[in-house]
Write a protein that binds this ligand. Structure first.
Ligand code: BGC
Ligand code: BGC
Length: 643
């Protein structure tokens, strides 16, 4: 009686192991095998440095606190290897900190680190995701979704170079960028951090971004790039941030993995783990949180793809692994995390991790492997820099202006309306026309980007200011809500509509909501109603982090422009709205969609079959025939979307 079930159990267990091994092989073999490129001299320096470290110092190297939660003295005491500043983390908690103040704090951390571990510098990482966006005065470039619309790898590489220079100017070494997500559901609040829905585009632009950021690392000009978030961060069901991504092993490699192959080709040295979970939709196996996934971090990335650099965990990400807390997680380290981002709870983390090694719950060989990777990365770049700590070094306005110009997508146009004449009189409506916060989106000075005002962007030019420069202040009237003016007095109305800035999960469109902009921002529709059909053509710009359902708004506009979140250089917008005064040719609209543009409020999917505009869509503005059909406006403007 007792033998039968145990035999069955045994047989079942054997079968499960065999099936598990087959599944595992399928996951690994979906990826191309790569061979490691080792530099013998560098490896010798790594081994020599490793030998100088005690266990406690090794764990210190693996620990990444936030700058607000650690002092230089503590960096020395704990032999800390790396620090970060989070979104809206500044030296002395001062958002107005100058590049010199950033640099001074960096030098204090560095001096302390070199006292603790001579010859082993400290690295400081930051979310430089559209320029050096946490630092006052830095040029903010359009977000990645806009760069995806340019499809211009040379531009993206140049932006990487300029961003690296800004990061170096402030004394930092490491950009947590680019995001390589291939977004499947545009409800995700991080859609704008993605170059697009096409894996080949993400691969091409991701590679260019890494090349630009890392160029000149050895002589202190380039910075470390980070391929993030590994893997399938953009594949979560219903676009839920940090959710579950169903994907077959082939989809994992070919869709979500494409950007990583490009980044590896560019020599990327760091990868950040994703908060999301993976479910194998072929084998129906729930693999759980990526931070605990040994198969994908070690089996695929480090072994199959021969990635020799380091894997950093995301903000408190270890705490989401079953059985872990934010300050204690042997499972994540055993799965392959090398540097642990423990912004606040780093002291107990160090104590708990040292204990776990002493008790054999983390093999010392794993610790040594992690530290070798950290040392290899550290010894691959110069910790000091020739870039001056000046505000000028933070800026590249002409490059950003070009990026804006190349990224706008014209979705509707009455032939002949654009460009406006340099002598045109225009009425500007919509409060976002005068808001650098709305123009810049999330990850701008602060994490969410909405708790700022124009004084936080002393370097920036709003669209309103750019139009005044371009047309002359007397020809531009500004009426934020459109209630004080008569459009008939003007040659054209320029209406600026916008999503309120957001970052990460706070930007998710929840499952009870839909993509209709007018529902989420009824005040924008009201502004447009006041000026539309009142005797002057209306040119509408939408600042958004994702495509949105705008049929009602487009029907009340004579031209409709997806302007994404263009960043600080509003002059790039004016370049396309107004003809050059000096007789130079008007550049026209060259931006083309990197996501489909929805024709309905529930069209969330990046593979939508019947969108208003498909991927690649957009007008040049030179077309001579109008598409005069009004877009359908459903009776129920805010439906409950099917699950
Ligand atoms: C984000 C990462 C970012 C990190 C550090 C996390 O919440 O997911 O993209 O690099 O914070 O700010
Ligand atoms: C973000 C950080 C941010 C923090 C604020 C994190 O999830 O990634 O950059 O500063 O939350 O609580």
């Amino acid at each position: 009686m007792t033998r039968k079930p145990s035999l069955l159990l045994l047989a079942g267990a054997l079968l499960a192991t065999a099936a598990g091994a087959a599944d595992t092989d399928a996951v690994v073999q979906a990826w191309p095998a790569r061979r490691p490129l080792r530099d013998a001299a560098l490896e010798a320096r790594v081994e020599a440095a490793l030998k100088t470290l005690s266990l406690r110092q090794k764990i210190g190297q693996m620990t990444q606190p936030e700058i607000g939660a650690i002092t230089p003295d503590e960096v020395r005491e704990y032999a800390i290897g790396t620090v970060l500043n989070g979104g809206g983390g500044w030296p002395g908690q001062d958002r107005a900190a100058t590049p010199a103040q950033w640099r001074a704090l960096s030098e204090q951390f560095q001096a302390a680190a070199l006292q603790a571990t001579p010859g082993i510098p400290l690295l400081w990482g930051t979310d430089a995701v559209h320029g050096h966006n946490n630092v006052r005065g830095a040029t903010l470039f359009p977000h990645n979704i806009a760069l995806g619309a340019t499809r211009d790898a040379d531009l993206v590489r140049d932006i990487g170079r300029a961003t690296a220079r800004a990061v170096r100017a402030s004394g930092l070494h490491w950009a947590f960028a680019p995001t390589l997500a291939v977004v499947q559901d545009i409800r995700w609040g991080r859609t704008y951090e993605s170059f697009g829905a096409d894996p080949a585009l993400v691969k091409r632009l991701g590679q260019a971004s890494v090349e630009g950021l890392q160029e000149g690392m050895k002589d202190g000009r380039g910075v470390l790039a980070t391929a993030k978030h590994y893997i399938a961060d953009g594949g979560t069901r219903r676009g839920i941030d940090q959710g579950v991504s169903p994907a077959t092993p082939a989809e994992l490699a070919q869709v979500h993995g494409a950007g990583y192959l490009g980044a590896l080709d560019a020599g990327v040295l760091t990868v950040m783990a994703s908060f999301s979970s993976w479910t194998d939709s072929a084998g129906h196996v729930e693999h759980g949180k990526m931070h605990g996934n040994r198969l994908l971090m070690t089996g695929v990335l480090k072994d199959r793809l021969a990635f020799d650099g380091l894997i950093v965990s995301d903000w408190d990400g270890i705490g989401q692994v079953p059985g872990c807390t934010v300050d204690d997680c042997p499972a994540a380290i055993n799965a392959g995390i090398d540097v642990v981002m423990v912004p606040l709870h780093w002291k107990p983390f160090i104590a708990n991790t040292v204990k776990a090694v002493e008790q054999g719950r983390i093999p010392i060989a794993r610790v040594d492997d992690a530290v070798r990777r950290i040392l290899r990365v550290k010894l691959s770049l110069a910790a000091t820099t020739p870039v001056p700590a000046t505000v000028e070094a933070l800026q590249a306005p002409e490059l950003a202006r070009r990026a804006v110009r190349e990224s706008l997508v014209l979705l509707k146009h009455s032939p002949g309306l654009l460009p406006l004449k340099p002598t045109a009189r225009v009425l500007v409506v919509g409060p976002a026309a005068d808001s650098l916060a709305h123009q810049s989106g999330g990850w701008s000075v602060t994490w969410q980007g909405r708790d700022t005002s124009n004084v936080d962007y002393p370097q920036g030019t709003t669209l309103l200011a750019a139009l005044r420069q371009r047309l002359g202040a007397t020809r531009v009237s500004y009426d934020a809500d459109g209630s004080q003016s008569d459009p008939k007095d003007f040659d054209a109305v320029i209406a600026v509509l916008a999503e309120t800035p957001y970052a990460e999960g706070e930007g998710d469109v929840r499952i009870t909501e839909n993509l209709r902009h007018s529902r989420r921002h009824p005040q924008d529709e009201a502004v447009l109603q006041r000026v539309s059909g009142r005797g002057a053509p209306v040119v509408t710009l939408l600042y958004s982090g994702r495509p949105l359902y705008v049929n009602d708004l487009a029907n009340r506009s004579d031209a409709f422009i997806a302007a994404w979140q263009p960043g600080t250089e509003g002059a790039g917008l004016a370049d396309l709205l107004v003809a050059p005064a000096d007789g130079k040719p008007w550049p026209g609209f060259t931006g083309r969609l990197s996501f489909p543009w929805p024709a309905g409020p529930c069209q969330f999917s990046a593979r939508e079959a019947r969108p208003w505009w498909p991927v690649g869509g957009g007008l040049s503005g030179r077309e001579t025939r109008a598409d005069a059909r009004p877009l359908p406006e459903p009776a129920d403007p805010a439906p409950i979307c099917p699950l």
